[in-house]
Design a protein around this ligand. Structure first.
Ligand code: 9UX
Length: 67
């Protein structure tokens, strides 16, 4: 499964790394692609192992907003 999160506030490569790392730490997340320019974060995950709410929370814990 893939979802796209719309994340605001990421402006540099460190931001990108923080968001990517936080998502990849979640059990069930398989791959994360961040587009800094658009704020779109594509997450590939295993259904049933992780929820969209958990992904949003992980990103928000890093200090970024998720639409
Ligand atoms: Mo550099 Mo990204 O301070 O917030 S980590 S812009």
């Amino acid at each position: 499964m893939t979802i796209t999160l719309n994340v605001s506030g990421m402006t540099c490569g460190h931001c990108e790394a923080s968001v990517k790392g936080a998502l990849k730490d979640l059990d069930g997340v398989q791959n994360v692609d961040v587009n800094l320019a658009t704020g779109k974060v594509d997450v590939q995950y295993e259904e049933g192992k992780v929820t969209e709410a958990e992904m949003k929370e992980a990103v928000e814990e890093q200090g970024y907003d998720v639409a």
